[in-house]
Design a protein around this ligand. Structure first.
Ligand code: NAI
Ligand code: AKB
Length: 367
């Protein structure tokens, strides 16, 4: 069978349409999605490990994800990238490369030279920072996304892009929020994430791109700082509680939001990336583990640190954002399709965070 007929046959079976006739040796315009993207959707053999690139890898989540993936796939198969200079311990922990997602050629070169097969796209401006700089957020979160989608489609990569509880808005059902419902977010962050969900799914159906997406709740981590979001208070409180015994909260005490411990979030990411395609009835899933208010979090922390003093100085921008977001996330589809299950609820989260923050703080004080 000729190559051309093979493409058409496969396209008919898979329900996607190649943009152009497969033509090896003829160079593609970077802005044209490659005709043969679907042929490479797993461009490594089954026995090989994937070659992974993480964009925006120096933020709250990337270093932890690289550590998890390196354990699974080998140190040199996972490349962290960012536009910032890595701290020494990150630089020494495995491959790091400069990559600005706004530079399409640079991104393409990295993918080609390093034989990348999985692309994990973490670069973004988060909700509060995004509102403070809409035009940069539009560039990074939307123009950058387009570059990533095109590179992934052109080179047949498996592409993971996280979405967020922030992809919902005041018109969405908030308790619980299902996977499929009205999404009219009022932040540039949320708008860009809905765009990412829809574009990823469009490329999947149109070109066979292996796009996978999880909507993360607010993520709580001990050894990495959040990058300017609405849920940041739930990380900061642990550091302040241990260091000073005082915390000033920028959200109202009754603001309920879905949250998750970082270990659950990163494990979910690996699990959905490894899930056999036939188990995925959707390409964008909510994941959930707990929901709490600042007041409930304070109560739980006070079980360990009874003298914690908390005052409330509401940030109107963050409060308005939080009031438009889901209170409880419905993740039944993730649980039934690919077996998602969380390990950390609120008491375990608090215990783990305090153990880490406490020992870390004692080390800092001793040195
Ligand atoms: N941390 C959280 O609570 C949640 C995070 N997410 C998503 O997970 C992903 C990772 O989140 P975080 O690590 O918390 O974000 P972060 O804000 O901590 O880090 C983002 C990284 O992107 C990098 N970046 C900015 N412009 C760039 C550019 N032009 N090229 C390359 N890199 C650039 C920054 O230098 C930064 O290191 C984001 O897409 C975010 O939307 C989703 C929901 C919750
Ligand atoms: C929930 C998120 O997406 C992020 N932490 C933010 O608050 O912007």
């Amino acid at each position: 069978m000729s190559c051309v007929r093979a493409v058409r046959g496969l396209a008919a079976v898979c329900g996607f349409q190649p943009l152009a006739v497969l033509s090896r040796g003829v160079s593609f315009s970077p802005r044209q999605v490659a005709s043969d993207a679907s042929f490479h959707s797993v461009s490594f053999s089954e026995s090989d490990h994937p070659r992974v690139l993480i964009t925006g890898g120096l933020g709250q989540l990337g270093v932890g994800l690289a550590k998890l993936l390196r354990k699974q796939f080998g140190k040199y198969n996972v490349i962290l990238s960012d536009i910032r200079k890595p701290p020494a311990h990150v630089y020494q922990s495995g491959p790091f490369i400069y990559s600005d997602i706004l530079d399409y050629k640079n991104l393409r070169e990295i993918v080609v030279n390093n034989r990348i097969s999985w692309l994990i796209h973490y670069s973004a401006l988060l909700s509060a920072v995004g509102e403070a700089n809409v035009s940069l957020a539009r560039d990074v979160n939307i123009t950058g996304l387009h570059n990533v989608l095109d590179v992934a489609a052109e080179h047949g990569l498996r592409l993971f892009i996280p979405s967020t509880i922030g992809a919902f808005g005041p018109m969405s059902p908030r308790n619980p929020t299902p996977d499929l419902c009205i999404q009219r977010p009022r932040t540039i962050y949320g708008v860009s994430k809905v765009h990412a969900e829809l574009m990823g799914e469009y490329y999947h159906h149109r070109y066979g791109l292996d796009f996978r997406c999880l909507r993360y709740p607010g993520i709580i981590s001990a050894d990495s700082q959040p990058g300017g979001g609405t849920t940041d208070y739930a990380v900061q409180i642990f550091h302040d509680a241990v260091k000073t015994g005082k915390f000033v909260c920028n959200l109202r005490p009754d603001t309920r939001l879905p949250m998750m411990f970082i270990d659950d979030c990163l494990r979910a990411t690996l699990e959905v990336l490894e899930a056999p395609a036939e188990t995925l009835s959707m390409r964008t899933y909510n994941i959930s583990s707990m929901s709490f208010t600042p007041e409930e979090l304070v109560q739980e922390i006070r079980r360990h640190l009874p003298d914690l003093q908390v005052t409330y100085e509401i940030d109107p921008v963050r409060q308005a954002i939080a009031d438009s977001w889901p209170m409880v996330f419905d993740d039944n589809n993730a649980r039934s399709d690919w077996g998602w299950k969380h390990n950390y609820d609120l008491p375990e989260l608090v215990q783990t965070m305090l153990n880490f923050s406490g020992s870390n703080f004692r080390m800092v004080r001793a040195s």
